[in-house]
Design a protein around this ligand. Structure first.
Ligand SMILES: *Cc1c(COP(=O)(O)O)cnc(C)c1O
Length: 226
């Protein structure tokens, strides 16, 4: 358990170095600690170490964590697959939903977000490696979906998210992340005010930072194996 604090310090150091090496502004990369399948006790250690952003993939498991830690002013990111019948609770409990890949789900999240809450931050998940059976839209589908999501009043489209094929070399990891970064620039060219690239996990976040990641989602390297 002590390791969680150490791991966080190490990753924050790696992030700061990555920002420096690749000409990124200091603080431009947000660390989302992926706490799925991890206990509340472990999350509390991360919170005590100053961690604010947490990512969860399963609604049922996340709700008691969010409730228990409600006084801590944490920022919760839903990063899992979304079923229609879960959109109400997702919209009520999370600040970000990072894996939207259909208009139908976006519409339900908008409908279920309370007007008294700030807009729900949204990323479109892109199947950037074009893998069969993988969640996310194809590159050609990004712009039309973004244009429609933009019109939903209780959502705020922030950018793109991807879980690429696992590559073992930095160069290959970078090439895939860079192709997602290009798609974000493409949206910006069309006047869509997006600022977020959610990409990079425990094994490839250095390449993601080099390619422009603004949210990196790290579980194992912080909390250990699940
Ligand atoms: C589990 C998960 C992560 C974290 O993966 P690690 O390899 O443990 O860092 C990141 N993103 C998503 C979408 C995940 O489901």
């Amino acid at each position: 358990m002590q390791n969680i604090q150490k791991n966080l310090l190490k990753i924050k150091d790696d992030i700061a170095n990555g920002e420096k090496t690749h000409g990124r502004a200091p603080g431009s990369v947000t660390l989302v600690a992926v706490s799925k399948a991890q206990s509340i006790e472990k999350i509390k250690i991360a919170v005590a170490s100053g961690q604010i952003h947490f990512g969860e993939s399963y609604l049922q498991e996340s709700l008691p964590k969010i409730t228990t830690l409600a006084t801590q002013k944490l920022i919760w990111h839903y990063i899992g697959r979304i079923q229609s019948n879960k959109t109400k609770q997702i919209a009520a409990n999370f600040a970000w939903v990072e894996a939207v890949s259909s208009y139908k789900i976006a519409e339900l999240l908008d409908k279920n977000r309370q007007s008294t809450m700030p807009p729900l931050n949204i990323c479109i998940q892109v199947n950037i490696s074009q893998e069969e059976g993988k969640a996310g839209v194809l590159v050609d589908e990004i712009l039309p979906l973004a244009q429609k999501i933009m019109l939903l009043p209780k959502l705020k489209l922030r950018g793109l998210m991807a879980i690429p094929t696992r590559h073992t070399t930095f160069e290959k990891q970078f090439a895939t992340f860079d192709s997602l970064a290009l798609e974000l620039k493409e949206l910006q060219k069309y006047g869509i005010p997006v600022d977020t690239l959610s990409m990079g996990m425990s094994d490839d976040f250095a390449a993601a930072i080099a390619a422009g990641a603004t949210n990196i989602r790290i579980g194992t390297a912080i909390f250990g194996t699940r």
